[in-house]
Design a protein around this ligand. Structure first.
Ligand code: TH1
Length: 830
C-alpha cells in the first residue's frame, strides 16, 4: 500500500515522503543546496523524485511481463510528440495533491516548477501526438507495449514571429538535461549502410547472400518510462541515438586518415540530429531514409534479442510481438525483418515471409498524393542494396500471384507493383507496408472507406478482410484532467473519479445540460479557461482580448487543405461589413490562430503573414476592434495547446472534405465543450454523429461533391464574379490594405484561390459565411449555447484513446491486458 510507511524515501507517496525525496534529490542528484538552487534545479529535483516512483513500477512491470512471456505490442513511429512530462506523471501516479502540498510546505509553487520543463517536441503534429496518446492508453489499459522511435537531438523547431512572418529557431530540449530518460550505453545495435551484396553457398550448400556494407554505426537506447493512469503498469518508450561505433573508431583512425575518420563519425551522429519539420514526407532526402532504416533496424534487433532470450529460435516471433507501423515511415521494417531472418538467422524465404507478414500491421494517416511516400530506386539501392534486393524478390513473388489471379489485367498488376515505373523508378512504401502486413487501417470511418476506394482499391479487392477502421482518440488524462482542472472538478463531482479511466462516464453530464445552476458552473469553468488563455496571449504577444467574446479558434499545422485562409476570408468579410455599416453579426469575437508551417512551404508561410496582417489592421481600428480581435499564438506546441483547447467556444475544423484523414484537435476541443464548425471530413463526421446534428455547425461540400466539382471543371472565377461580398473581400486582399500598400504581397494566395485552387475555398465560402452567422447568433443565446457545450463534452467520451487502443487490441493485435500490481512485489526498494 502506498505511503503505509513513510520510511520509503524513494517510493513513498505522502507529502512527507515526497518532500524528503525532493530534498534528497536536490542534494544527491542535482548536487545543489537550497540557497543556490535555481528554478531549473527545483524542476530537476522534482522530476527525479517522481522518476523514482516510476522506476519502482517500471521494473516491476518489466519483471511481470517477462515472466509471463507476454504478447507485446511494439509501436514503431518516427514521431512521439510527448509534451511536458512532470504534470502528466503526477496525475498518472495520483499524487498531484501530495506534490502541491509538499511544494507549499517547502515554500514553493508547484505550477512554477511545472513551467520550467522544456517540452520534448519529437513530432510535427497529429501523427506524433497520436503516438503519445496511444502510449498513455496502452499503459493505462495494462497492455504490454514498447514504443520505438528516434531520439532527435532537436525536435520540431520553435516558432517565433518577426514582422508577421514565421521564423524558425532551433529546438534545444536536451540542453539542460532530460531527467526522464535512462541512457543505456550497453544496449546498442549495429546499423549498416551502403556497399554491395555477394552471393555465397553456406555450410549446408544453400544459396545465400552476404551484404558487405560500406559504413557501420550504432544505435544506443534511451529509455523513458510511460506510466499508466491509476494502475501500476509502466511501459517503455525506447528511443535510439546514433553513434559511431568503437570498432569503427579503431579501424578508421588506425588507417591514418584522422580527419576522414572524424568526418565519418560526425556523419554517423547526424542521423539522429534533427526531426524533419514537414507534415508530409521529405521528397528524396537521403538522411530521412537513413533515419527511418536506422530506428527500425535497432528496434527489430532489440525485439529479436529479447525474444531469443526466452525462445530457442524465431519461429514464434509473430506470436510474441505485434508491430504497428505508424504510417509508412517505418515500413522498411518489412524488408529488414526479412533480412534479419534470412541473412542473420539463416532461415529460408517461406519461413521468413510467414513470420514477417504475421508480425506487422500498418496504419495509413493520409491520402494526399504528395504525402504517399516513395523512394527513388537509385537512392534506395545505394543506401540499402540488400533491402532493395529483398523488395525485388517480395515483389516478384507478389506479382506472380497477381498474374495468376488477374491473368488478363496487366494494368492492375502494374498499379499494384511495389515499384513505380517511369523515368525515375521508385519504391512505393505504402504497397510494401500493405503486402508485408496482416492488417491495414485508416484513422476515421470516412477515411478508412476512402483508403479502400481510392489509394488501396486494388489491394482491398484482393484482400478485403485485411482492411479495418480504428478512429483516432485522445487521452482524457492530458487533454481534460491536466489541461482543464475546472471541468475535471465538475465531472468528478457528478460521476466520481472513474471517468478518467472510462470516459464514457462523461455522459453523466447529459441530464444536467438544462439545469440553470449547473449551467452557471459550466460557464464559470469556460470563463476561467478563457481568462487563462487571455493572460497567456497577453504575455506572449501583448494583445489584449476579451474573455466575454466568442473565442473562435483554429490551431493546427498550417496547410492549404486545412484552409486557415477560408477562416480569414470570413474575418475580412466581417470587418468589411462593419466598415460598410452593413453589420449582420453583432456577436463580439476573438479569432485565435496557432500553428507551424513547414519551413519550405511558401503558401503556408504566406498564410501566417496574412493572419498577422489582417490582425494588425483590425486590432488597431477602433471602429471594429470592440467587436473583432485577431490573434496568433506563436509556437503552438503541446504546452500551449493544453491552455488553448479548454478556452474555445468554437472549434474550426474546416478542411476540404476528403483531405483530413481524421484530425485529433477536433476531439480535444469538443471534449472541452467547444462547438465545432466543420465540414464532413475525417473524424468530424463521427463527432457530429456523437454530439447530435443540432449541436454541430456543419457546412460545405461533401467528398462526392468535391470530386464532382473538380471533375466538372471548377471555376472559382465565376463564384467570385457572382458574389458581391466575396469579390469585395478578395479585392480588399489585393488592394494593399493589409500589406502597407503593396498589392502584390498576397497575390500568390488570391491568384491560387481564383485560378486553380484544388481546395475549393470559394465553392465552400457562401455556406461557411452563412453557417458562421448562425453560430454567432446561437452564441448570444447563452442558455442554448451552454446546453450545446455541455452535450459536446458529455457525448465525446468515445473519442478517448482508451477506446481506440481497445479496438486495436481486439481487432488487430489480439493482445490481452496484463495488470501489474506493486502490492505483490516483495523486492521493493526502500
Ligand atoms: C496526420 C493527419 O493529417 C491527421 O488527419 C491525423 O489526425 C493524424 O495524422 C493522426 O492520424 C498526419 N500526419 C502526418 C505526418 C507526416 C506524414 C503523413 C501524415 S498524416 C510526416
Amino acid at each position: 500500500m502506498h505511503g503505509s510507511s513513510d520510511e520509503r524515501t524513494r517510493t513513498g507517496m505522502s507529502p512527507e515522503a515526497l518532500k524528503r525525496a525532493f530534498v534528497d534529490s536536490m542534494f544527491y542528484v542535482q548536487a545543489r543546496y537550497w540557497e543556490v538552487a535555481t528554478p531549473h534545479d527545483l524542476y530537476m529535483a522534482a522530476a527525479y523524485t517522481v522518476r523514482d516512483r516510476m522506476l519502482e513500477r517500471w521494473i516491476h512491470t518489466a519483471e511481470t511481463y517477462r515472466k509471463a512471456h507476454a504478447r507485446t505490442v511494439c509501436y514503431l513511429s518516427a514521431e512521439y510528440l510527448l509534451g511536458p512530462q512532470l504534470g502528466n506523471n503526477l496525475i498518472n501516479l495520483g499524487i498531484v495533491d501530495s506534490a502541491r502540498q509538499g511544494a507549499r510546505d517547502l515554500g514553493m509553487d508547484l505550477q512554477e516548477i511545472l513551467d520550467q520543463e522544456p517540452e520534448p517536441g519529437l513530432g510535427n503534429g497529429g501523427l506524433g501526438r497520436l503516438a503519445a496518446c496511444y502510449l498513455d492508453s496502452l499503459a493505462t489499459l495494462s497492455i504490454p507495449a514498447i514504443g520505438y522511435g528516434i531520439r532527435y537531438e532537436h525536435g520540431i523547431f520553435d516558432q517565433s514571429i518577426v514582422d508577421g512572418w514565421q521564423v524558425e529557431d532551433c529546438d534545444l530540449w536536451l540542453t539542460n538535461g532530460n531527467p526522464w530518460e535512462i541512457p543505456r550505453p550497453l544496449l546498442r545495435f549495429p546499423v549498416r549502410f551502403g556497399g554491395h551484396t555477394e552471393p555465397y553457398t553456406d555450410e549446408h550448400g544453400r544459396f545465400r547472400v552476404r551484404w558487405v556494407p560500406e559504413l557501420e554505426l550504432y544505435g544506443m537506447a534511451y529509455d523513458t518510462p510511460i506510466l499508466g493512469f491509476g494502475v501500476d503498469n509502466t511501459n517503455l518508450l525506447r528511443l535510439w541515438h546514433a553513434t559511431a561505433g568503437r570498432s569503427f573508431d579503431l579501424q578508421a583512425f588506425q588507417k591514418g586518415d584522422y580527419y576522414g575518420a572524424v568526418n565519418a563519425k560526425v556523419a554517423a551522429e547526424n542521423i539522429t540530429k534533427v526531426l524533419y519539420p514537414n507534415d508530409e514526407p521529405e521528397a528524396g532526402k537521403e538522411l530521412r531514409l537513413k533515419q527511418q532504416y536506422f530506428f527500425v533496424s535497432c528496434s527489430l534487433q532489440d525485439m529479436m534479442r529479447a525474444h531469443l532470450q526466452q525462445a530457442p529460435n524465431l519461429e514464434g516471433f509473430h506470436e510474441r510481438y505485434a508491430a504497428q507501423l505508424n504510417d509508412t515511415h517505418p515500413s522498411i521494417a518489412v524488408a529488414e525483418l526479412m533480412r534479419l531472418c534470412l541473412d542473420e538467422h539463416g532461415m529460408d524465404w517461406e519461413a521468413a515471409w510467414e513470420i514477417t507478414r504475421r508480425t506487422f500491421a500498418y496504419t495509413n494517416h493520409t491520402l494526399l498524393p504528395e504525402a504517399l511516400e516513395t523512394w527513388p530506386v537509385e537512392l534506395f539501392g545505394r543506401l540499402l542494396p540488400r533491402h532493395l534486393e529483398i523488395i525485388y524478390e517480395i515483389n516478384a513473388r507478389f506479382l506472380d500471384e497477381l498474374r495468376m489471379r488477374y491473368p488478363f489485367d496487366p494494368e492492375r498488376v502494374a498499379r499494384m507493383s511495389l515499384i513505380e515505373e517511369g523515368p525515375v523508378r521508385r519504391v512505393r512504401m505504402a504497397h510494401l507496408a500493405t503486402v508485408g502486413s496482416f492488417a491495414v487501417n485508416g484513422v476515421a470511418a470516412i477515411h478508412s472507406e476512402l483508403v479502400k476506394s481510392t489509394v488501396m482499391r486494388d489491394f482491398h479487392e484482393l484482400w478485403p478482410e485485411k482492411f479495418h477502421n480504428v478512429t483516432n482518440g485522445v487521452t482524457p488524462r492530458r487533454f481534460v484532467q491536466l489541461s482543464n482542472p475546472e471541468l475535471c472538478g465538475i465531472v468528478t463531482d457528478l460521476a466520481g473519479p472513474g471517468w478518467v479511466r472510462d470516459a464514457e462516464n462523461l455522459r453523466t453530464l447529459e441530464p444536467h445540460a438544462d439545469d440553470a445552476a449547473f449551467q452557471q458552473r459550466w460557464q464559470a469553468m469556460k470563463r476561467a479557461a478563457k481568462e487563462r488563455l487571455a493572460a497567456r496571449i497577453r504575455e506572449a504577444t501583448g494583445a489584449v482580448i476579451d474573455p466575454q467574446s466568442l473565442f473562435d479558434i483554429q490551431v493546427k499545422r498550417i496547410h492549404e487543405y486545412k484552409r486557415q485562409h477560408l477562416n480569414l476570408l470570413h474575418i475580412v468579410a466581417l470587418y468589411h461589413r462593419i466598415k460598410q455599416g452593413a453589420d449582420s453579426d453583432p456577436t463580439p469575437r476573438t479569432f485565435v490562430f496557432g500553428g507551424k508551417a513547414a519551413p519550405g512551404y511558401f503558401m503556408a508561410k504566406l498564410i501566417i503573414k496574412l493572419i498577422h496582417s489582417v490582425a494588425e489592421v483590425i486590432n488597431r481600428d477602433p471602429e471594429v476592434n470592440e467587436r473583432l480581435r485577431v490573434v496568433f499564438v506563436p509556437n503552438f506546441n503541446v504546452k500551449n495547446a493544453e491552455c488553448i483547447y479548454p478556452a474555445a467556444d468554437l472549434s474550426e475544423q474546416i478542411s476540404t472534405a476528403g483531405k483530413e484523414a481524421s484530425g485529433t484537435g477536433n476531439m480535444k476541443f469538443s471534449m472541452n465543450g467547444a462547438l465545432t464548425i466543420g465540414t464532413l471530413d475525417g473524424a468530424n463526421v463521427e463527432i457530429r454523429h456523437a454530439v447530435g446534428h443540432e449541436n454541430f455547425f456543419l457546412f460545405g461540400l461533401t467528398v462526392s461533391e468535391v470530386e464532382r466539382t473538380l471533375a466538372e471543371g471548377y471555376c472559382p472565377w465565376e463564384i467570385y464574379r457572382g458574389n458581391d461580398e466575396l469579390r469585395e473581400v478578395i479585392d480588399l486582399l489585393r488592394s494593399g490594405l493589409f500589406s502597407h500598400g503593396d498589392p502584390d504581397l498576397f497575390r500568390p494566395l488570391t491568384d491560387s484561390l481564383l485560378q486553380h485552387d484544388p481546395y475549393l475555398l470559394l465553392a465552400d465560402y457562401p455556406a461557411y459565411i452563412e453557417t458562421q452567422a448562425r453560430a454567432g447568433d446561437a452564441f448570444r443565446d447563452v442558455a442554448g449555447w451552454t446546453r450545446m457545450s455541455i452535450l459536446n463534452s458529455a457525448r465525446t467520451g468515445c473519442f478517448s484513446s482508451d477506446r481506440a487502443i481497445r479496438e486495436y487490441c481486439g481487432k488487430i493485435w489480439r493482445v490481452e491486458p496484463m495488470p501489474v500490481s506493486l502490492a505483490t512485489n516483495d523486492a521493493r526498494v526502500s
